[in-house]
Design a protein. Structure first.
Length: 246
């Protein structure tokens, strides 16, 4: 059976996106209390006060590593804001055992090559319900040295679609950075939230303009996150050197 046919149920049945009342707390302990502290020596979060605690919200993070999906709930999830992060992920991420878990942690799939209205409607329904939805506007991980941020227009399209249904969801640009291009054990990380933005109109021109502004805001937040992760690394290295000196 072709892969596209195998994955079709996730496109046709987005209602399976639910948060398990027993799996979500277990996943939070495993990731935030065990995995992140074991891998990272320090995680700096800045600007969390800019996140509304209720109502529809779109988080638009940069995408530097697979660790991003664990850092965001740490910085903006239940313990930080009292809200869950509902991730829009690729169809490939929803395959197999991983997909089984992701569905029960509130994730839902989108076909990046052919985004369906069904997936977008499901995202809009989540926003209408006052949920916090996470969309990586770059669409993929941007590796070190690949150049400036380039965004797809899917997030702007989603925000405009929500607006057409009377839901004006703020979009918060989120910059993520690590102490090294490829996070390594005992690395440092930073998450920076920018000022909320809103799309003001529908149509392609409005989507393009919003996407340009969002790219600039993301670049600023990523630069700030890079500074924080680097400064924290230098501070800790200086402390270690001081402890070793006679």
């Amino acid at each position: 059976m072709p892969r596209s046919a195998e994955m079709a149920p996730f496109e046709d049945q987005p209602e399976i996106s639910r948060i398990s009342p027993w799996l979500a707390p277990v996943a939070m302990v495993l990731t935030q209390d065990l995995t992140l502290p074991l891998w990272f020596r320090g995680i700096r979060v800045e600007g969390v006060e800019r996140l509304p605690r209720q109502g529809p919200l779109l988080l638009a993070p940069t995408h530097k590593s697979r660790w991003d999906a664990l850092l965001l709930p740490h910085a903006a999830g239940r313990r930080a804001t009292g809200r869950d992060c509902r991730f829009m992920v690729t169809i490939d991420e929803m395959a197999g055992v991983q997909g089984w878990f992701l569905q029960r942690l509130g994730c839902f799939a989108v076909n990046q090559r052919r985004p369906s209205l069904t997936s977008l409607r499901h995202a809009v329904e989540l926003l209408e319900a006052g949920e916090q939805v996470v969309v990586f506007p770059e669409g993929r991980i941007r590796r070190h040295g690949e150049g400036p941020i380039r965004l797809q227009q899917g997030l702007a399209r989603l925000a405009a679609m929500a607006l057409s249904r009377g839901v004006s969801a703020p979009v918060v640009p989120v910059g993520l950075a690590y102490g090294h291009p490829w996070p390594r054990p005992c690395d440092r990380a930073a998450v920076c939230f920018g000022e909320p933005m809103r799309i003001e109109a529908e149509g392609r021109d409005a989507a393009r303009a919003f996407t340009r502004h969002l790219a600039l805001a993301l670049a600023q937040q990523e630069q700030r996150a890079t500074q924080l992760s680097a400064s924290r690394a230098r501070t800790l290295q200086a402390g270690e050197a001081g402890e070793q000196s006679p």
